[in-house]
Write a protein that binds this ligand. Structure first.
Ligand SMILES: NC(=O)c1ccc[n+]([C@@H]2O[C@H](COP(=O)([O-])OP(=O)(O)OC[C@H]3O[C@@H](n4cnc5c(N)ncnc54)[C@H](O)[C@@H]3O)[C@@H](O)[C@H]2O)c1
Length: 366
């Protein structure tokens, strides 16, 4: 039993005034020091607000990405391929990671077609070993990674009790755990040079819950927390040259993930506009981008209005996120899905077979 529990049981629970300040903190946290800290915080805070307003009026300076090596996960299709094309146009060497070999090959061709430098690697982001192995290969074959875009994502798209366990597991493996492994693989070199950028493609679903997306929303909420805590950790350790950006788009058209979404009032986003916004956030070192931007004003209402009001709003806005089941043929139990492993080449055009699961909903082409 802890001392505090013991004190409570014995009726000797100390109030805030009697609670002892630990020895090591007595000199540090005096009342005077606290007042100085608060005054400093207010002054510095006002400075940051003025700077942000000024930059939003005159525009933020854009960094040059020429020569940077950018890894884009899920780059074999959808938003990832559109981001890759833009980065290649800006002079980046683009490294695409995807489980979908055909999508990878198509995107590599597209990027090379516009004169870009591009490599494709087949990776199953649900496998930590695969991520570490291919990350090492990329560093050997392409070079130090300056820009990591954790974009790959999957959705189960059914009510929680109808979602098989393995799909819930996979959602978390790809949508958040993979971020840990890719960042652990590439961050040390960024820290060593105090330079680099980590981008987390999360979602508005990371801030607002939606029916049929329980696993997706919770994995995206985790991705939002991941970005914020990582940014703070880097700043605390003094690595101010390593930036992070959190991107939270509303439903996007034409990428394939939420093709049939039933959304009212707020139209689905154009995938090209979202890719442009992602690249702008990278070039201007924006810590977070909600797309569309007016959600930034609406979001705080979530904590201000009563829950039934919020529930009405979300259900009117998105009557059905997934009207057509994403995995109709899959069993609802946790029975293992019989899937024959396929042999794929580890790198586009280069030998080196590896075993991955066949893509289910991820086999879309650019
Ligand atoms: N489409 C939307 O409406 C929407 C809205 C908000 C956020 N997002 C997020 O944007 C990101 C991109 O989504 P998208 O719309 O382009 O989806 P998409 O399904 O078109 O593309 C996702 C890509 O990730 C790849 N992928 C999936 N599982 C993988 C795995 N295990 N290993 C390697 N690659 C894998 C797929 O093959 C595919 O190329 C995702 O993180 C998604 O959650 C999408």
């Amino acid at each position: 039993m802890s001392i505090e529990t013991q004190e409570y049981v014995n009726g000797m629970r100390p109030g805030p005034l009697t609670r002892e300040i630990p020895e090591c903190m007595r000199d540090k946290y005096t009342v005077v020091q606290a007042i100085i800290d608060i005054i400093m915080f207010v002054i510095v805070g006002i400075g940051y607000v003025i700077k942000a307003v000024y930059l939003s009026i005159v525009g933020r300076p854009k960094k040059d990405l020429k020569g940077a090596v950018a890894v884009v996960t899920g780059g074999g299709g959808g938003l990832g391929s559109l981001i890759a094309l833009r980065l290649a146009r800006l002079g980046c060497t683009v490294v695409l990671w995807d489980i979908n070999k055909q999508g990878l090959e198509d995107t590599v061709k597209l990027v090379k077609g516009i004169g870009g430098k591009c490599y494709g690697y087949v990776v199953d982001l649900a496998s930590k070993e695969d991520i570490y192995r291919v990350a090492k290969k990329v560093e050997e074959e392409v070079g130090r990674v300056n820009l990591l875009i954790n974009n790959a994502g999957v959705v189960s798209g059914s009510y929680l009790l109808e979602t098989p366990d393995h799909l819930i597991q996979r959602t978390f493996d790809v949508n958040i755990l993979a971020h840990f492994w890719t960042v652990k693989a590439f961050l040390p070199a960024m820290m060593e040079h105090n330079s680099g950028h980590i981008v987390t493609i999360a979602s508005m679903a990371g801030h607002v819950g939606v029916a049929k997306l329980v696993d997706y929303c919770s994995s995206k909420a985790a991705a939002c927390g991941f970005d914020e805590a990582l940014r703070l950790e880097l700043e605390t350790q003094g690595y101010t040259g390593v930036k992070t950006s959190l991107i939270c788009p509303y439903f996007i058209r034409s990428t394939g993930m939420f093709e049939e979404v039933n959304s009212r009032f707020v139209p689905q986003l154009n995938s090209n506009d979202v890719a442009d916004r992602v690249v702008m956030a990278i070039r201007t070192d924006e810590p977070f981008a909600l797309i569309p931007g007016f959600f930034r004003v609406l979001l705080p209402f979530k904590l201000l209005v009563p829950w039934p009001c919020m529930s009405e709003l979300i259900r009117k806005l998105v009557p059905d996120a997934v009207p057509v089941p994403v995995h109709p043929a899959r069993p609802a139990t946790d029975a293992k899905v019989p899937s024959k492993p396929v042999q794929l080449e580890a790198k586009h055009g280069a030998p080196g077979p590896m075993t991955v699961m066949p893509p289910a909903r991820h086999d879309r082409q650019v």
